[in-house]
Design a protein around this ligand. Structure first.
Ligand SMILES: [Zn+2]
Length: 347
């Protein structure tokens, strides 16, 4: 079975919120999308594990609002840096606990990911979604990189000292608001120098252009879909996709139904044909080496036919039915991620 390497999951957030324990992830549970038994049956070989800090006191994302014909969710308030750093350290503690229990193998190189992909543990790369924990002098990067951090999204959707993200708005373009601040540009420059991946998902169009200008690494959106199919602010326009393609970059297809369904509705009824339309569109611009998957497991409403990571075998079957041959299937499942990790981290 060809294993999937996945561009984005929110398991560490789920653990930080106390909704699932490391032991449950090892033994199996019904509180989310990822555990080891389901990963093995579905063929999930590993992925990026996100550190994300919720705004204190903010209410959960209004899923009901995202089931209407159009929506524009208010973004939560910015997060204080000291609080963010504290919560990020807690998330790193959960990452270490997963490793102690032989659920994951922490990886910092493409070779380590490739070696760990077949199992029995998950090949795990530490990612940070929203750089609130990092202050203007960037000194926190030493500690975070030493802890294994290999990828940073300068913003989740709410504003930070680094820049502005896209709102959860439908229908809408991603061309909303200014790009990176001076602090954000310095962060991208420093990530580039340290060979840390910069994630474009959640950035607006101006921010994406800023990263394209600064970075000499392939441009990567770990969990984003095609705006031409689903006109959500979170999806990538053809212009953005062409910028990514020009750097031999990569886009990981998000399984969140609000980014798969053309009507942007966050409901589980979402036939695989929607995902295949995004796949075909992304392939037409990025080519066979530029498309992969970025599930958003534990952070999104998934299509009912997939359910959780145990349902990945149905995606594999659907891709084969769609005419994807074994070499391309292997690229989409993990080879393209390995290529971009190698190009970004070891240059
Ligand atoms: Zn996200």
């Amino acid at each position: 079975m060809i294993p999937f390497f996945d561009g984005h999951n929110d398991l560490l957030l789920k653990m930080s919120l106390g909704r699932v324990t490391a032991e449950e992830v090892r033994d199996g549970h019904a509180n989310g999308h990822i555990d080891l038994p389901r990963a093995r049956s579905g063929g999930l070989g590993g992925g990026f594990f996100a550190l994300y800090v919720p705004t204190p006191g903010a209410t959960a994302m209004d899923i009901e609002a995202m089931r209407q014909d159009s929506y524009d969710l208010p973004l939560p308030a910015p997060v204080d840096q000291a609080h963010a750093l504290d919560r990020v350290r807690t998330g790193i503690g959960h990452f270490r606990r997963l490793a102690e229990l032989d659920i994951i193998t922490p990886c910092t190189t493409a070779a380590e990911v490739e070696a760990a992909l077949p199992g029995p543990t998950l090949a795990a790369v530490l990612h940070m979604e929203g750089a609130e924990a990092i202050g203007p002098d960037l000194s926190e990067l030493d500690e975070l990189q030493a802890a294994g951090l290999r990828s940073i999204g300068p913003v989740w959707s709410r504003p930070t000292i680094h820049g502005h993200g896209v709102p959860f708005r439908y229908p809408a373009t991603s061309d909303i608001g200014p790009g990176l601040t001076a602090a954000g540009k310095a962060l991208v420059r420093e990530c580039n120098r340290r060979r840390i991946m910069v994630d474009l998902s959640h950035l607006n169009m101006a921010g994406l252009r800023d990263v394209a200008e600064i970075s000499d690494a392939p441009l990567v959106a770990t969990h984003s879909n095609a705006h031409a199919i689903t006109p959500s602010a979170r999806c990538l326009t053809d212009e953005e996709l062409r910028l990514i393609a020009a750097t031999d970059g990569l886009v990981g297809i998000n399984f969140g139904t609000c980014f798969l369904r053309p009507d942007g509705k966050f409901i589980a009824d979402c036939p695989i044909e929607h995902l295949l339309r995004h796949l075909d569109h992304l392939l037409s611009i990025l080519g066979e080496d530029g498309v992969a998957f970025g599930s958003d497991f534990d952070g999104a409403v998934l299509p009912d036919w997939m359910g959780d990571c145990g349902g990945l075998f149905r995606l594999r079957e659907g891709l084969v039915r769609h005419g994807i041959d074994p070499p391309l299937l292997e690229k989409l499942a993990h080879r393209n991620w390995l290529r971009v990790m190698r190009a970004t981290w070891s240059a």
